[in-house]
Design a protein around this ligand. Structure first.
Ligand code: ATP
Length: 363
């Protein structure tokens, strides 16, 4: 249902999370002026620094605001030196995924004209794929449950019928949507390790049975190790990939590298009731505080949020806003006027943001 204003819970977090969120706020201001949409940004505390300050990483009050909001915008959280008793980092984004059942981690990447790619093939200009990562079970199920025995620690992978079915359905629907937008057949590639693990054999059988409900979508399956190779050798041949939580975690960094780095890779964590949008990158402690972070992934994540809200509400102004942001980002890089540090340029967060805002604000 169309609303006069949309409430967004904003969790900037740690390290460059806060830096790229500031940039995104400026872009959202510009797009509101262009489209007439009104976004009420409700900033909330959470993260590793907040844990150090208060003893709590993800306060109840923040969860309440997220629950009531139309969508959640998230920077990045976690600092290498802030750890719990079991030695793992403070990572509230994982808690949010489980708490709000955000089972579909959607990570789209594509080549941007004007930006270099580490691949030498001219075909690299055609990269346009989405990795769909199951985000509520898989090997991450073991988080906080690691079983300490005399000889070491055992982490268990969880693959359920329900969890696998719904993520496969999600991937097929996404492929159908992309096929309609692009005027060609869709394809879903399943990524697993069904040759070794019984859990993955179950995953594959559920993928194959789900495929039968979507006969117009082409399908194939690959083992995750072969996929690591193929994503470097011929990433332009893929459309939608669907995979288990941990494999998706690893492959999303790999695909981000193909198009310039983590600062170019947006993402959405989507459930049936709630959704959270955040860059695929972390807090990047190595560059935090230096003004070098590329804000593009966060900005494009905000565009994904607007598109998701447009789908849910039918408010076409939200889709216009998403399209305008996307077009502005493409135009900025195609013009060659800015080049982020991440890809060997000299432009930091402020310069990239300014260029996007200026392009967006042009009548
Ligand atoms: P996490 O596991 O929390 O997702 P990570 O271990 O994958 O995080 P990142 O924080 O994403 O690590 O950083 C990986 C590398 O990418 C670092 O060298 C970092 O500087 C770089 N990087 C990440 N995000 C950006 C960005 N927005 N702009 C420039 N460089 C970035």
């Amino acid at each position: 249902m169309t609303k006069s204003q949309y409430h967004i819970a904003v969790l900037p977090g740690d390290g460059i999370g806060a830096e790229v969120m500031q940039a995104t706020q400026e872009v959202l201001q510009a797009v509101q002026a262009r489209t007439g949409i009104r976004l009420v940004l409700d900033y909330q505390k959470a993260g590793a620094q907040h844990y150090l300050d208060s003893g709590v990483a993800l306060p109840e009050s923040t969860l309440k605001v997220c629950d009531a909001a139309d969508a959640i915008l998230f920077g990045a959280m976690g600092l290498p030196h802030v750890r719990g008793a079991d030695g793992t980092e403070i990572i509230p984004q994982l808690d949010l995924r489980f708490h709000f059942d955000l089972y579909a981690g959607v990570r789209p990447i594509r080549t941007f004209k004007g930006l270099p790619t580490p691949l030498s093939s001219p075909k690299a200009s055609e990269i346009d794929l989405v990795l769909v990562r199951e985000s509520t079970e898989g090997l991450f199920y073991a988080r906080g449950r690691g079983e300490t025995r005399e000889d070491g620690v055992y982490d268990t992978m969880q693959i359920t019928h329900k969890g696998t079915k719904r993520i496969c359905e999600f991937a097929f629907k996404l492929a159908e949507r992309r096929a309609a937008q692009r005027g060609r057949a869709g394809r879903v590639t399943n990524v697993d390790k069904a040759n070794v693990f019984a859990s993955m054999a179950l995953w594959r059988s559920i993928f194959e049975s789900t495929a039968q409900n979507h006969p117009e979508v082409k399908t194939d399956s690959a083992y995750v190790d072969a996929m690591a190779l193929n994503l470097v050798m011929k990433p332009w041949t893929y459309d939608v990939l669907v995979t288990e939580n941990m494999f998706g975690d690893i492959l999303s960094d790999l695909i981000a590298a193909l198009v310039g780095g983590m600062g170019m890779a947006p993402s959405g964590d989507i459930g049936d009731k709630h959704a959270l949008f955040q860059p695929a990158h972390g807090t990047a402690p190595d560059i935090a505080g230096q003004g070098k972070a590329n804000p593009t992934a966060m900005v494009l994540s905000a565009a994904m949020m607007l598109e998701w809200l447009a789908d849910r509400t039918g408010d076409t102004r939200l889709q216009d806003a998403a399209t305008l942001i996307d077009a502005a980002v493409q135009e900025v890089f195609a013009a060659g006027s800015v080049r982020p540090f991440e890809v060997g340029g000299q432009d930091g967060t402020v310069a990239v943001t300014r260029a996007i805002v200026q392009t967006l604000s042009k009548a």
